[in-house]
Design a protein around this ligand. Structure first.
Ligand code: ADP
Length: 762
């Protein structure tokens, strides 16, 4: 078998993803390898496929017991003999496993780094034929990173003590240069083939919501209501927050569990299993939760509080959408979060560290926190903020995050700010946010009467403003230092440094956001692959899920190890009823076919019998699920029903073309809209900006150029000759940008390009 055949037979995938082939090729040619790929990119396949092709055993060094167990379960389910050796096994079990390993029973053995030092294990390693050592989560070797594990430093001694140096491959999702260099040097990689794929996770939709404490609760409750069938993680900064939110949600009947370091081991393990096995699809947790959680169908990660660094955020948020399905990462931000984090950092302990080092770490922590705060406050593209932070070049905006779907406007609230100050003075710094905001709004509350706030001059003075605006204003004033919010249990508002406010050139500006129109129309790419299922398709999907749950219970495996959601959706689209068709489903390899194929096919046959002619997917089925990058074709019910629904590429008739409204100059988006409007050909896809742009590039009229680190769309010399011109624009945020406009001659070229003969074969 070659690598592609191994991928298909054991993992059920047709093609390799970006970077995988490169890494596998290097390993199989005997070279060391270092892969830096984001979560969900498919790192495991990069060492598991060669492990099956190399003559001896592959040892995978992995830091977490749960991660090892999960991987071994997945491999066994795929028909690959693998084992793990860690402290969850007794000495007898370990001895037995090592004995079997020496007889060649396992191709892959997962092992904790501490184990490498044990005499029993060393003895095995000296006798066994070890072809490759794979270091998973290799960033743990770096003292620069936050996950440094001293036991990782022993790996190199272990490798050096082996009679023949095996191939060494290392994998991580951490991209900073320091970490990369550390891995190469400390592990003594020998001229490794290093593959770094982009860090972008296209299926994740990022957004930040500025909310106060109570608003956060409402947001979470509302979000879970609207996404009740989905699995999600809600991260809170403190155990207290976890418990409070957990009580609130479980009180409302949400199937939720919780996880934090204050709970005993057994409860933690049970709760984690409830989540993994989908018995409780929602978990509220501190950041103690998640390392090594491989659950692939997490559809959202909500941060109830701002984390302390972008590194933490990206790692935690990255637990969403490992299966490649669209998922959301939402951060709920309040100014209070910054204060809490500063407080937590001030309490950090530095036992045994040199004084200079302590200063350095403190500085670094403060910088990290600042960058994190910057993410919460930026009005620019969130995705590009993240990528830029991790050192990747970006271009413009992604048009697929909360900020790209929002317009920000600024309101000058300097005069209102002075009233906030007056109110705090009148309250003599004794009351908290709710009383101050209530007073300014002139709220009719008993508590305000009780404390005498109704007789303040400031009572009701800002009643023309909304409560949200006043809260935003107070938040802003805290950030600006005009107000201090104390940290006791009953936090109160006090005056900070108000001197600057007296200067007439000082302004207090709040930033408000409104959703852009197209977002309201549902233009976000948060749609799920299940969205392409019709009602019948969804019914089938649910049935397949139920069957998966039954099998999962029988085999005591998490459901996603049997088949992940993506595979089930692909089954709904392809409706396989024989072996060949079943093996065509993405994620179904030989072994899984042998174990589960019949049961799933029987269910589908029953479904077809009960729903003759049912259509399970809408319009085009874009074989994207197959992860093979090719356009898939409809099969199953639709073909059986004889109604192929695959749409052809866009085209218009000569008659349509006559209806095109030419302008002296217009943008590509205008051309696109007009073409779609006049098209009378049935069953064709819509024309998109990219299709037109690619045509112009192909014609040599336009090109994307790197200008000061940004990819910018420009006309070529030939394009300039054809009359394509640049217009300067200024964005809402005051940033200048350029757009291209196309003259009538170019518009004609484009229109003509799309006129095709009706009978032309696409
Ligand atoms: P990582 O370790 O990089 O976070 P995983 O190895 O867990 O990612 O892979 C993420 C998901 O992608 C898994 O469900 C895996 O089966 C799937 N996957 C990996 N390689 C491919 C491929 N070539 N085609 C389709 N899916 C793949």
């Amino acid at each position: 078998m070659n690598a592609t055949e191994v991928l298909k037979t054991y993992f059920g995938y047709d093609t390799f993803r970006k970077g995988q082939e490169d890494i596998i090729g290097a390993i199989l040619s005997g070279r060391d390898a270092l892969a830096i790929m984001p979560t969900g990119a498919g790192k495991s396949v990069c060492y598991q496929v060669p492990a099956l092709l190399l003559p001896g055993i592959t040892l995978v060094i992995s830091p977490l017991i749960s991660l090892m167990q999960d991987q071994v379960k997945s491999l066994n389910a795929a028909g690959i003999h693998a084992a793990y050796i860690n402290s969850s096994l007794s000495e007898t079990q370990i001895a037995k496993a090592l004995g079997l390993a020496l007889k060649g029973t396992y191709k892959i053995i997962y092992v904790a780094p501490e184990r490498l030092e044990s005499a029993g294990f060393m003895n095995f390693a000296l006798q066994g034929m070890i072809s490759m050592i794979t270091v998973d989560e290799a960033h743990c070797i770096s003292q620069w990173g936050q996950d440094f594990r001293p036991s990782y430093l022993k790996i190199v001694d272990f490798i050096e003590s082996l009679p023949n140096r095996p191939i060494v491959s290392a994998f991580t999702a951490t991209a900073t240069m320091e970490v990369k260099n550390d891995i190469e040097c400390v592990l003594k990689l020998d001229h490794p083939n290093t593959v770094i794929t982009g860090f972008d996770r296209e299926n994740l939709y990022y957004s930040v919501e500025h909310l106060s404490g109570t608003q956060k609760d409402e947001f979470v409750v509302d979000y879970i209501d609207k996404h009740s069938n989905e699995s999600g993680i809600i991260y809170c900064a403190t155990r207290k927050n976890v418990d409070a939110l957990y009580e609130k949600l479980s009180g409302r009947g949400v199937p939720v569990t919780r996880y934090h370091a204050g709970m005993d081991n057994e409860t933690r393990k049970n709760n984690q299993d409830d989540f993994i096995y989908d018995r409780k699809p929602v978990v509220v947790a501190t950041n103690a939760f998640g390392m090594g959680i491989d659950k692939s169908n997490v559809r959202y990660v909500i941060h109830y509080n701002m984390p302390q660094s972008m590194e933490n955020y990206y790692q935690e948020a990255g637990r969403a959408g490992r299966d490649g399905e669209n998922s959301q990462c939402i951060l709920l931000f309040s100014v209070q979060d910054v204060i809490i984090n500063k407080f937590l950092l001030s309490k950090k302990e530095f036992e045994g560290m040199e004084i200079d080092d302590i200063e350095l770490v403190k500085q670094r922590d403060a910088q990290r926190l600042q960058a994190m705060e910057g993410y919460c406050k930026t009005t620019s593209c969130l995705r590009y903020y993240i990528l830029a932070y991790f050192g990747e070049k970006t271009k413009g905006s992604c048009e697929n995050c909360g900020n790209c779907h929002r317009e920000y406007s600024e309101i000058d609230m300097t005069a209102d700010a002075k009233w906030v100050i007056n109110c705090i003075v009148e309250a003599r710094g004794r009351y908290g946010l709710n009383i101050i905001v209530g007073t300014l709004l002139g709220a009719n509350r008993a508590r305000l009467k009780e404390v005498g706030a109704t007789s303040y001059k400031s009572y009701g003075i800002l009643k023309h403003r909304s409560e949200k605006d006043i809260r935003l204003l107070v938040d802003q004033m805290i950030v600006d230092g005009y107000i201090i919010q104390t940290q006791e249990e009953y936090s109160v508002l006090r005056l900070g440094d108000i001197q600057r406010l007296k200067d007439e050139n000082t302004h207090v500006i709040i930033r408000k956001s409104t959703e852009r129109e197209e977002t309201a129309k549902g233009n976000r790419k948060t749609s799920k692959k299940t969205d392409s299922l019709t009602r019948a398709g969804y019914m089938l999907f649910e049935k397949l899920r139920q069957l998966r749950l039954v099998i999962a219970k029988e085999e005591a495996l998490p459901p996603y190890i049997i088949f992940n959601d993506k595979t089930l959706i692909d089954m709904c689209a392809k409706m396989p009823v024989n072996k060949q068709e079943m093996l065509n489903v993405s994620g179904v390899g030989e072994n899984k076919y042998n174990r589960y194929g019949q049961r799933f096919m029987e269910l589908m046959k029953l479904f077809i019998a009960d729903n003759p002619g049912a259509v399970t997917v809408e319009g085009v089925y874009s074989g994207e699920y197959a992860g093979d990058g090719k356009t898939g074709s409809l099969s199953g019910v639709e073909q059986r029903a004889g109604s192929r629904q695959k749409k052809a590429p866009f085209r218009i008739t000569a008659k349509d073309a006559e209806k095109f409204e030419y302008a002296e100059y217009c943008y590509i988006s205008d051309i696109k809209d007009r073409l779609n409007d006049i098209c009378s050909v049935e069953n064709v896809k819509k024309v998109t900006f990219t299709i037109i742009w690619d045509y112009l590039v192909m014609k040599g009229l336009t090109i994307e150029e790197d200008r000061e680190g940004r990819l910018t769309k420009v006309q070529t010399e030939q394009g300039l000759k054809m009359g394509i011109k640049t217009v300067e624009k200024v964005s809402q945020n005051g940033y200048p940008y350029q757009l291209l406009m196309y003259p009538e001659t170019v518009q004609k070229m484009i229109v003509e390009y799309f006129i095709r003969d009706e009978n032309e074969d696409f």
